[in-house]
Design a protein around this ligand. Structure first.
Ligand code: P6P
Length: 328
């Protein structure tokens, strides 16, 4: 029985299209696939063994750290550090950069990731996800923060793993967006969504309405417009990868805008907004801060936050129009 097109085979076929490719990138990606399988295994048995609940520790942003956050971060570091393809890594769970120096051969790529986004949902069995972004080292790279501060348009690859009713690996290298679903019986990610294109316009909006009192006029007027115009439905899981993935496939817009409480927004530019923006643009959608294309925002710090309006192109453009008029 053919088990179909595996992610590893798909990566190799993509590599063959570029005769002068070295295979480093494919090998790097394959290491990440192993990390995804490890995290999927742990997430899917979280309720069965005592790894629920917080470690009691706090991450660099003062947020309570769930044990699976720590495990997911360690799984990626340990799986990725010895391959010889990375110069360093940066993670939501680590204050500074993680240098590959001396212990293992150093490569020419940088990996940024949120190891387990939405982890506060784990204890109630809501979908969570890993988000990753890959950059090339620029000349003179000594793997300090500044080397990671590249705009989203510089990404060479990006994607996410969604741990839900099934585990999906969705990525882009700038040649379309492709989705793979884990078949646990064979331990392989199988091609299930080739060349994903997001609808030009959707019927779903995703925003935390609990923040209504903090919204700036542009957001309030846009959401009011959606409600009075009808024909649209609200969906908000509170787990970015889950909300993004649903809207990617079905169409719609996700908003975590700047508001009076979070002047710079809540979500992280380098390892949340940029990778999802690369994905959505490759799928025909759009991603904005409200004032600018997310992938053109010049980063100034590793864990910098950004407002995010992302999804179907027509919906994002409409939301941005309301946002800008609200400032006039
Ligand atoms: P709020 C989860 O904590 C997260 O980082 C994203 O996954 C999610 O989209 C967002 O925060 C939810 O934030 O303020 O609506 O609970």
């Amino acid at each position: 029985m053919s088990i179909g097109m595996t992610l590893t085979k798909f990566l190799l076929e993509e590599q063959r299209r570029y005769p002068n490719s070295t295979g480093n990138f494919t090998a790097l990606f394959s290491d990440l696939v192993v990390a995804a399988k490890i995290i999927s295994r742990e997430v899917n048995k979280a309720g069965l063994i005592d790894i629920l609940g917080a470690t009691g520790g706090k991450n660099t942003h003062g947020e309570e750290v769930q044990k699976l956050d720590v495990l997911a971060n360690a799984a990626i570091i340990k799986t990725m550090e010895h391959g010889g393809h990375l110069a360093g890594m940066a993670s939501e769970e680590m204050e500074g950069v993680y240098k590959i120096d001396g212990k293992y051969p150093k490569g020419g790529y940088l990996l940024l990731f949120d190891p387990l986004d939405g982890s506060s949902n784990i204890d109630v069995n809501i979908s969570v996800g890993t988000i990753f972004s890959m950059l090339k080292c620029k000349p003179g790279c000594d793997c300090t923060d500044k080397d990671f501060l590249q705009p989203g348009a510089s990404q060479v690859a990006a994607g996410y793993i969604l741990y839900s009713s099934s585990t999906m690996f969705v990525y882009t290298t700038g040649h379309g967006v492709h989705g793979f679903t884990l078949d646990p019986s064979v331990g392989e990610f199988l091609l299930s969504h080739e060349d994903i294109k997001t609808p030009e316009k959707g019927r779903i909006y995703s925003i935390n309405e609990g923040n209504t009192q903090h919204w700036l006029p542009g957001t309030s007027r846009y959401i009011e417009h959606l409600k009075t115009n009808g024909g649209i439905t609200a969906r908000y899981v509170g787990s970015l990868v889950a909300d993004f993935h649903r809207n990617l496939l079905k169409g719609g817009v996700f908003l975590y805008p700047a508001d009076r409480k979070a002047r710079a927004g809540k979500l992280r530019l380098l390892y949340e907004a940029n990778p999802l923006s690369f994905i959505v643009e490759q799928a025909g959608g759009a991603s904005s801060t409200g004032d600018a294309r997310v992938m053109e925002v010049p980063p100034s710090e590793l864990h910098q936050r950004t407002p995010l309006i992302i999804g179907s192109k027509a919906d994002v453009e409409e939301a941005c129009r309301w946002w800008r008029e609200g400032r006039a």
